[in-house]
Design a protein around this ligand. Structure first.
Ligand SMILES: [Zn+2]
Length: 93
């Protein structure tokens, strides 16, 4: 018999992973799906549900190298937009 290997004891719902915030230096983050606007040489695109690490201290959002590369491929032609929205733009002067 080969019993299915179980994951270790569940220590809670929080995804604490190796992380070092480049803004505040704290090392605790949680995994979240975020939406981000990317500027592609004048054209702005919104990407939703990006897996990110969010610093629990200051809220800084960090993407892994793989995620960044995935987003780059997505917005540069491999992906199809799921919808188009118009955005209100505000500026601080
Ligand atoms: Zn931080």
């Amino acid at each position: 018999m080969n019993p299915t290997r179980m994951n270790g004891p569940n220590t809670g719902n929080e995804d604490n992973v190796t992380f070092k915030c480049h803004v505040c230096g704290h090392d605790v983050a949680k995994s979240e799906l975020v939406s981000e606007v990317f500027n592609l040489g004048g054209r702005r695109v919104l990407v939703e549900r990006i897996p990110a690490l969010v610093c629990k201290h200051c809220g800084e959002v960090t993407f892994s190298r793989e995620t960044t590369e995935h987003v780059r491929r997505l917005v540069h032609g491999e992906g199809q937009p799921i919808k188009t929205v118009s955005m209100d733009v505000f500026a601080m002067t």
